[in-house]
Design a protein around this ligand. Structure first.
Ligand code: CDP
Length: 569
């Protein structure tokens, strides 16, 4: 097995089966075997025992060779009694006390199984509105979000991973200003990522410095006006301060809603890459592009990529089948649309190894080519599955029925953050640039360990400029820009998230979005000295280039930054 020491540690701690005393019941190979077996079993009615065994081996090899990995809940739960395999859920929050607390209960069940939940709070009546039954006044969406947050804190996902939520409020909700600033204090609502749901009308009003109308969701009546530019300024100001809220473009999510007859998309999953209808779940999986190079390492092996995409789509479609859903409503919706989200990881690593700077037109063109290829092949694989196993049950309600495009899955592609998957595969995460070329990791007994990006290490050795002393020097600043001892050409290729200007971050996100059914998880990094105007420009550029949302992070703006350059903290 190709797993690093680090990857094995993560898997042992959180993914492998254990007995009640915490003793391991399987090793990493056993985990991949368990997952492959469970997922292949979905083909039982289409093939014989030999066919299943062959499929199981294919799925096993693809994971064990770190060419493709399904999202964490699949690795953790497939073939085990819990059997909940999806990472992403969206739950509706209706404007009654019963429904609000029902949503909290359902979220707790999902968190317990390792999934994340997204909610739109836009249907809740604003703070101060009347409550008929008591004659009292409503507490409003933000105070209820705090209850969701507290419930998440208590559940802790059964010790596997911390519960994650997305909270969304429409820009025309009367409590929008409170929502924008509700995480001003960083210790509040910590289990939520927040995004403002923005409309086209709002963007136009902001551009022309006009007022826009707030709507009371309960009465559907106008509830005052705000100046759109001022509201955008407050979002920008808060995002500049600590990275939140992000924004999502609701009209765009709905323009790409392929089953509009089933309802409106009002929220995404916690990291923003998966827009879903209420009660829909989605399972993600990512191809490790760094393992898709030709044998001489000089090019991307498109034949191997095509084959991997085909197997990965088959795998993810089977996951829908063997998945045990936490609620009957989720079971019905998820099996009804059969959405899957295939994406990639190791993008920055493959760019570096091919000598393409992340912040270059060449990289953008390559992104268009690679993701276009993945999208096309994923859809082809879904079409082929439909021929054998049938189209998704809500197909007749979908836009594909009008076009005669017979698919097994309502969506096929999503770019996930791959926070843990990239760690397991030992490559750069999702489509993000390398965070640091080398960094200092504090290990036990105050010992320092220098971690070096594997592609950089290989390059430095090959080009004869490797030394421990140099790696230590790089670790102090994270970047190789202007670093003595690193050839100029290499400095240009090995750019880190902070060397890449915000414009290139957005351009890369937009390139991937052009070929992705769902959305793209991406953080646009800004330097510590960036101004609020820089943040505004990022928002506008993301809007103009067709992104479905955007999240920014200004270096050092949050008190607790997990991984920061220089390694300390
Ligand atoms: O790499 P891994 O499969 O663990 O997850 P990811 O790609 O970083 O995140 C994908 C999705 O998993 C997120 O958007 C969330 O919906 C969910 N997630 C979660 O619920 N809790 C976490 N602690 C991390 C991710």
């Amino acid at each position: 097995m190709k797993l690093s020491e680090n990857a094995v540690k993560v898997l042992e701690k959180r993914y492998l089966s254990k007995d009640e005393n915490g003793n391991l019941l399987e090793n990493c190979e056993g985990m991949f075997r368990r997952v492959a077996k469970a997922v292949a079993s979905a083909d039982a009615e289409y093939t014989d025992e030999k066919g299943i065994a062959k499929l199981e081996q294919e799925f096993f090899d693809m994971m064990a060779d770190l060419e493709f990995l399904p999202n964490s809940p699949t690795l953790m739960n497939a073939g085990r009694p819990l059997g909940q395999l999806s990472a992403c859920f969206v739950l509706p929050v209706e404007d009654t006390m019963e429904d609000i607390f029902e949503a909290i209960k359902n979220a707790a069940l999902i968190h317990k199984s390792g999934g994340g939940t997204g909610f739109s709070f836009s249907r809740l009546r604003p703070k101060g509105a009347t409550v008929n039954s008591t004659g009292g006044v409503a507490s409003g969406p933000i105070s209820f979000m705090k209850v969701f947050n507290a419930a998440t804190e208590a559940v802790k996902q059964g010790g596997t991973r911390r519960g994650a939520n997305m909270g969304i409020l429409r820009i025309d909700h009367p409590d929008i200003l409170d929502f924008i600033s509700c995480k001003k204090d960083n210790s509040e609502i910590t289990n939520f990522n927040l995004s403002v749901g923005i409309t086209e009308d709002f963007m136009k009003a902001a551009e022309h410095n006009l007022e826009y109308e707030l709507i009371d969701p309960k009465t559907k009546l106008p509830a005052g006006k705000l100046n759109a530019k001022n509201v955008l300024d407050s979002i920008v100001e808060m995002a500049w301060k600590n990275g939140e809220p992000g924004i999502i473009f609701l009209d765009r999510l709905n323009k790409d809603n392929v089953v509009p007859k089933l309802g409106e998309i009002e929220s995404t999953n916690p990291c923003g890459e998966q827009p879903l209808l209420p009660y829909e779940a989605c399972n993600l999986g990512s191809i490790n592009l760094y393992n898709m190079l030709t044998d001489d390492g000089k090019a991307l092996n498109f034949a191997k990529l095509a084959e991997t995409v085909k197997k990965a789509v088959h795998f993810l479609d089977n996951v829908i089948e063997v998945n045990k859903y936490p609620l009957p409503e989720i079971d019905k919706m998820t099996r009804g649309t059969r959405k899957i989200g295939l994406g990639i990881m190791g993008w920055a690593d493959i760019l570096c190894s091919l000598g393409i700077p992340y912040n270059s037109q060449k990289a953008i063109d390559f992104a268009d080519k690679v993701m276009g290829f993945i999208q096309e092949n994923a859809q082809k694989a879904s079409r082929e599955l439909a021929e054998i196993k049938g189209v998704f049950p809500y197909y007749e309600d979908s836009v594909f029925a009008d076009r005669g495009l017979r698919l097994r899955n309502a969506t096929v592609t999503t770019i996930a953050p791959t926070g843990t998957l990239s760690l397991i595969a030992g490559v750069s995460s999702g489509i993000e640039p390398i965070f640091a070329i080398s960094y200092i990791r504090n290990v036990m007994d105050n010992n320092e360990l220098i971690e070096v990006n594997q592609v950089f290490r290989e390059t430095a050795v090959r080009e004869n400029f490797y030394s421990d002393e140099l790696m230590r020097r790089i670790a102090r600043v994270g970047t190789v820009r202007d670093m003595e001892g690193v050839p100029g050409k290499i400095q240009n290729i090995f750019v880190t998230a902070h060397d890449v200007s915000p414009e290139w971050h957005v351009k890369m996100q937009a390139a991937f979005q052009r070929h992705t059914d769902n959305a793209v998880s991406k953080t646009v990094n800004l330097g510590h000295t960036a101004a609020t105007d820089d943040v505004r420009e990022v928002f506008i550029l993301a809007y103009k280039t067709g992104c479905k949302g955007v999240t920014i992070y200004r270096d050092g703006s949050r008190d607790l930054q997990v991984l920061n350059i220089g390694g300390v903290k």
